[in-house]
Ligand binder design. Sequence first.
Ligand code: AMP
Length: 215
Amino acid sequence: MRIVLVGPPGAGKGTQAAFLAQNLSIPHISTGDLFRANISQGTDLGKQAKSYMDAGQLVPDEVTIGMAKDRMEQQDAVNGFLLDGFPRNVSQAEALDVALKADDVKLDAVLDLEVPEDEVVKRIAGRRICRNDSAHVFHVAYKQPKSEGVCDVCGGELYQRDDDKEETVRKRLEVYHTQTEPIIDYYREQGLVVTISALGKVEEVTARAMEALGR
Ligand code: AMP
């Protein structure tokens, strides 16, 4: 299956993507994770991306599209993938369509995670992520780790992403509304969009998503 996951920051895309990718046996491709890996490795690409990410803005398409395409061309993604955080604007969606067409394949679905805005802010401000694996996500109020600051899964250090600070979150939400939401209409015209509520327990949302995907 080839799936695109969309939703505002704080909808739980990363968490859901990890479970869904596992259930569907396809790789989870997150452009945000790819950028963060480049930043921690000190690559040129990471240096180019960092200032945009810290400001809550989109990294320019010239950088992002090439990186996403390189990842999709890797062997493990030949038969499917779950895209998390890409495309994030209409021109990226168009570039993805061109790339898929060149390979004579199509998207199967665009899963739209819906969550009210006040909930988004609460979720993000308390979010703490493991340095070893961004799918290990905790929350200071909703999902406390057994030992403060330490990942229950692997013992890694928990930290707050720079772009999870309140000011940046507001900017990211604005960017989501103006630039990313239009891709939902773009894909609706292709009959690909399934919308589900992202409220409730993680496993409830995963079950809802699997059902919406016909699995
Ligand atoms: P995420 O982990 O998906 O929330 O992404 C974190 C940040 O990385 C975003 O706020 C953007 O600055 C950048 N980013 C991730 N994916 C993209 C994309 N497809 N296009 C542009 N910027 C992106």
